[in-house]
Design a protein around this ligand. Sequence first.
Ligand SMILES: NC(=O)c1ccc[n+]([C@@H]2O[C@H](COP(=O)([O-])OP(=O)(O)OC[C@H]3O[C@@H](n4cnc5c(N)ncnc54)[C@H](O)[C@@H]3O)[C@@H](O)[C@H]2O)c1
Length: 250
Amino acid sequence: MDLGLEGKVAAITGGGSGIGRATALMFAAEGSYVAVADLFADRAAAVASEIGAAGGRALPVQVDVAQASSVMAAVQAIVAAWGRIDVLVNCAGIYQRGTIEDIGERDWDHVLDVNLKGTFLFCKFVVPVMARNGGGAIVNVSSISGRTKSDLAAVNYVASKAGVIGLTMCLASQLAPKGIRVNCVAPGTIDTPMNVDIPPEGREVLLRRCPMGRFGRPEEVAAAILFLASPLASYITGETLNVNGGVFMV
Ligand SMILES: NC(=O)c1ccc[n+]([C@@H]2O[C@H](COP(=O)([O-])OP(=O)(O)OC[C@H]3O[C@@H](n4cnc5c(N)ncnc54)[C@H](O)[C@@H]3O)[C@@H](O)[C@H]2O)c1
């Protein structure tokens, strides 16, 4: 099926690993120009090379999403290369487990800065570029932890991911007149480097809760992101789509 993403310019934050990497590869396979933006230049470069080797078009971009000046420079670099940004996927994120006793002020600030402020900053600097070109689509990455109670994730992670859902709804209503749709995905537990250190007891608890009895693959989240970014979702905005094997249903 043609998703209508051929020739579109897609910027993927956190594109160097896990869900972001799978999303970058999938956009490239659809014929999009893909900016692979990550804190780690080597990760961004590796994914961009992978795309190039498969005949796709990719630009590695080093960025710290938590720093306004860095995000501004990244957006300028993408526009300098390709002149526009049609799709933004805010996938960069960091995770923390623990109880409130474990979380200090610096932990709080760090996780909120990357997961929530980073999403805000990228939207802020990309929106004028999209608006100039008549519109676009933004897909944010929240989490099941931002929608329902979480036994493993810490308060800072949960608050950041709940915040991403609020930010999505607010921007969706503000930006609809500019032709920009803003949606969100809320993954359950996905097999990525973020989860390699979940202890075996924790994995068992999580698996028992999942009607499908398995963790998700990064490609399964990427597919939902591509759908929301594509013209197939042309009347969907402000929505948060669960991609969680049935663990949490609304
Ligand atoms: N894996 C899961 O089970 C799961 C579940 C729900 C939500 N999520 C969310 O999905 C997103 C991707 O997670 P993942 O599992 O692919 O993790 P991952 O660790 O594999 O990838 C995250 C990427 O974000 C990058 N990053 C971190 N801080 C950054 C910063 N300041 N600036 C730019 N890039 C930065 C990392 O370098 C890494 O490449 C995250 O937002 C995460 O919270 C993941």
